[in-house]
Design a protein around this ligand. Structure first.
Ligand code: NAD
Length: 508
């Protein structure tokens, strides 16, 4: 069929197949799982979900590979990640295009996601020589006290649809240099990009002489993820997705005393104070709130603006919003692509209805953009002025809705900002150093990410990424997040001829 884009669905599905081949992945055997493109809403390819016994076998292979991978020196393990980075550089355009086809990201954002993969590989390569443990002074003469970091085991990676490849690379690049093996369960909405990443990594392993079994891919929905969650051989479950998913996964992993790294939903806010540079703030706000069609965990969803600057800021924002080009993410000049599926569209509609019922005023956007086929869901990003932070504002709706609240004093702004269950990313726009510092202080933003004069989205890989409260508490990527992928041993070495006991205890 031909849609109004002039794009044949068969063309998109043929293109997806070609990209998979270019990226070195075998075309999947057709099955019950359907990869769709949100560009037209129609199927690209089908594939089979991984059966229960095949999941068990994949975990088994990863556990077996771990036994030899853990004793490969970390800088030698980095050779695999280095080759993966080289392959990503060589194939960045194909992989980014597949991200656009499958997740609907505009080209620039899809390329940015692949760049992030390359960046985190580079970070991990350097890290492989810096998996430092401390040496502490012992209280006993002739003794040395130190800590050693060892590989942890099999890491189960469960990822969300909206960063179909970057989240995998944050986990996998670090896990591999840390000496772990990986079993990946991607979102069942984005199985094709997963096939491509898996193929690139296996090729890298073959080319550097590493065991390709260090990485396993399993495909399917929550029931496939659940097998990973419940398996005792999986030492760490790193799960990215909704709070709803984390509420199930967290307790199940804890019940078997496994480790969990949770990266869950955000409901990110920005405070705009009277001294803010409104031009800079409005550019940052538009990117953070409307970029990726509001489908980033760090998307800006709540704007807390001082009454003195509300009118000029909203004027700028509504003007900029009206100029945003919504459309086919493959087209140049388009800034806002489609929502992932009908459920995403329904969630946006229902949130807007609730906000209006709560007394909200729709300042712009919120309309369906037709002409892309009945199964595609394009919307204009919405700004809604709210009389109060009602229940719908305290929830994460994974769509481009920006709620605006006004404040008069900074303490109230911080209190409003923190009065949501999630704690991922936050920002303050101000030229007042006291306000900036207060926002970053212990009694300021309660989020894992707190920024000054920059939006809530678009984190760099060098810093630890993650959030507090219902966002789950996990940290990935930079800083010392690698520690989540290793186990710490404390070693006391007695190099004297005496046997003094700790705390001065005499036992004779
Ligand atoms: P989702 O929770 O529906 O699914 C995420 C993943 O979890 C998928 O692979 C899914 O199959 C799996 N899953 C769901 N239930 C499971 C269960 N009971 N057991 C095992 N696995 C299960 O999320 P989504 O719609 O794909 O992604 C959007 C959500 O992800 C948003 O809430 C967003 O904020 C969040 N997200 C968070 C981060 C972060 O770093 N904090 C990053 C990206 C996305």
């Amino acid at each position: 069929m031909t849609d109004v884009l002039g794009t044949h669905t068969t063309e998109l599905s043929g293109r997806a197949a070609q990209l998979l081949r270019d990226l070195g992945a075998d075309l999947p055997t057709p099955g019950a799982l359907t990869a769709r493109t949100p560009i037209t809403g129609e199927p690209l390819l089908t594939l089979a979900a991984t059966e229960a016994d095949a999941v068990d076998a994949a975990i088994d292979r990863a556990a077996t590979a771990f036994r030899s991978w853990r004793v490969v020196p970390a800088p030698a393990r980095a050779a695999l990640v280095r080759r993966l980075a080289e392959l990503l550089v060589a194939h960045r355009r194909e992989l980014a295009e597949l991200v656009t086809l499958e997740a609907g990201k505009i080209r620039a954002e899809a390329l940015g996601e692949v760049q992030e993969m390359i960046d985190v590989c580079e970070f991990a390569i350097g890290l492989s020589r810096q998996l430092y443990g401390y040496t502490m002074p012992s209280e006993r003469p002739g003794h040395r006290l130190m800590e050693t970091w060892h590989p942890l085991g099999v890491v189960g990676v469960i990822s969300a649809f909206n960063f179909p490849v970057a989240v995998w690379s944050w986990n996998t690049a670090l896990a591999l240099v840390c000496g772990d093996t990986v079993v990946w369960k991607p979102s069942d909405t984005t199985p094709l990009t997963a096939l491509a990443c898996h193929a690139l990594l296996r090729r890298a392993a073959v080319e550097v002489g590493a065991d390709p079994e260090v990485h396993q891919l399993i495909q399917g929905g929550s029931e496939v993820g659940a097998r990973l969650v419940d398996d005792e051989r999986v030492a760490l479950v790193s799960a990215t997705g909704s709070v709803r998913m984390g509420r199930i996964v967290g307790p199940r992993v804890a019940a078997r005393f496994g480790r969990c790294l949770l990266e869950l939903g955000g409901n990110n806010g920005a405070v705009v104070t009277p001294s803010a540079d409104l031009e800079l703030a409005s550019r940052a706000i538009v990117f953070a709130a409307a970029g990726t069609a509001g489908q980033r965990c760090t998307s800006l969803r709540r704007l807390i603006v001082h009454s003195e600057v509300a009118a000029p800021l909203l004027q700028r924002l509504t003007k900029a919003y009206r100029q945003l080009r919504v459309g086919n993410p493959l087209d140049d000049g388009v800034l806002v692509g489609p929502l992932i599926n009908e459920r995403g569209y329904g969630a946006m509609r229902s949130a807007l209805d609730r906000a209006l019922a709560d007394g909200g005023e729709l300042l712009c956007g919120g309309e369906r953009v037709d002409g892309f086929g009945t199964d595609a869901h394009y919307v204009t990003p919405a700004i809604v002025r709210m009389p109060a932070q009602t229940e719908v504002v305290r929830e994460e709706t994974f769509a481009p809705i920006l709620y605006v609240l006004e404040y008069q004093d900074f303490d109230t702004a911080i209190a409003l900002h923190n009065a949501v269950p999630q704690g991922l990313s936050s920002a303050v726009f101000t030229r007042d150093q006291r306000e900036a510092e207060r926002f970053l202080a212990a009694d300021g933003s309660d989020c894992g990410i707190a920024n000054v004069n920059i939006g809530t989205s678009g984190a760099e890989i060098g810093g630890a990424f993650g959030g507090e409260k219902q966002t789950g508490g996990g940290r990935e990527s930079g800083s010392d997040s690698w520690k989540a992928y290793m186990r710490r041993a404390t070693n006391t070495v007695n190099y004297s001829t005496q046997l003094p006991l700790a705390q001065g205890i005499k036992f004779e």
